[in-house]
Design a protein around this ligand. Structure first.
Ligand SMILES: Cc1cc2nc3c(=O)[nH]c(=O)nc-3n(C[C@H](O)[C@H](O)[C@H](O)COP(=O)(O)OP(=O)(O)OC[C@H]3O[C@@H](n4cnc5c(N)ncnc54)[C@H](O)[C@@H]3O)c2cc1C
Length: 243
């Protein structure tokens, strides 16, 4: 069995599937192989471990480190973290946003976005902005020791009657019942499962930085994005004196 994982779409489905299938079915499984230790791979590993399943994450880089940037957790993502019993921690590591304001280049509002109260009422959580590295740390600490093996660059998989075998560029292999591809937008797993799928360049390049500054007054808890053509600019307070 092979799954290709996209953080936003896949995790919530997978957590739900795990919740509904019988435990007996899953306990028959041997190790579950996850390719890629990004947010998707780490969340999936945690969800599986919480269901008592054995899983190993194989990550190509030497050390798992997030890019120096922030991330906004929309309520659907926070709901997944809540199911992984990590939503309260995420809240403490970042900032709950009062509002997300999207305008055009001249400051005209593009669309109404629910405020914090409405978001909590409708979805259970506010939007949370935090450092990507804080989210990674939170997930890594929640996993059992040695869940993530680094320096393992996935090359291809084989499927046979015993399950799945992952092959890595260092000549090593890993066997398991299921292989989950969580290896990002240039996924080698997806390339093997769906070779016809081609990446499409959107024409957009993103530059992100973290500034050591605290936004004040009306800006203090608001994420703003000004969508001009061809340039967009945005800033988000992430708490702890950073934006
Ligand atoms: C500019 C920008 C801003 C964004 N802002 C937000 C936001 O505010 N909120 C939000 O929810 N989402 C945001 N996103 C989207 C979000 O970042 C992605 O959806 C998310 O990071 C995808 O996670 P992933 O685990 O699927 O992939 P990735 O984070 O790409 O992780 C894939 C992992 O697989 C590893 N890997 C790759 N190839 C191999 C291989 N062959 N073998 C082994 N390992 C491999 C990589 O090293 C990496 O660690 C943003 C995206 C961008 C580009």
């Amino acid at each position: 069995m092979t799954y290709v994982c996209n953080y936003n779409l896949f995790i919530s489905c997978f957590v739900r599937i795990l919740g509904t299938r019988t435990k007996r079915h899953y306990y028959k499984m041997k190790q579950i192989i996850i390719i890629g230790g990004g947010i998707g791979g780490l969340c999936t590993a945690l969800a599986l471990q919480q269901k008592g399943l054995t899983t190993q994450v194989y990550e190509t880089v030497n050390e798992i480190k997030a890019v120096v940037a922030g991330i906004i957790l929309a309520p659907n993502a926070t709901n997944v973290l809540a199911r992984l019993e990590r939503a309260d921690q995420a809240k403490m590591l970042g900032m709950e946003l009062e509002h997300l304001e999207l305008t055009n280049a001249t400051g005209k509002k593009l669309m109404p976005v629910p405020n914090k109260e409405e978001t909590i009422r409708d979805f259970g959580f506010a939007m949370i902005a935090l450092l990507r590295s804080s989210l990674y740390d939170l997930l890594l600490k929640a996993l059992t020791n040695n869940t993530v093996l680094t320096n393992k660059h996935f090359e291809h998989y084989e499927e046979n009657t015993n399950g799945m075998t992952a092959h890595f560029t260092d000549g090593t292999q890993a066997a398991g019942s299921v292989l989950i591809g969580a290896d990002g937008v240039r996924s080698a797993v997806r390339q093997q499962v769906l070779p016809q799928v081609q990446l499409r360049y959107s024409g957009q390049t993103s530059y992100r930085r973290v500034a050591n500054m605290t936004l004040r007054g009306a800006q203090a808890h608001i994420a703003r994005g000004a969508w001009g053509s061809p340039i967009r600019l945005g800033f988000v307070p992430i708490g702890f004196g950073q934006t």
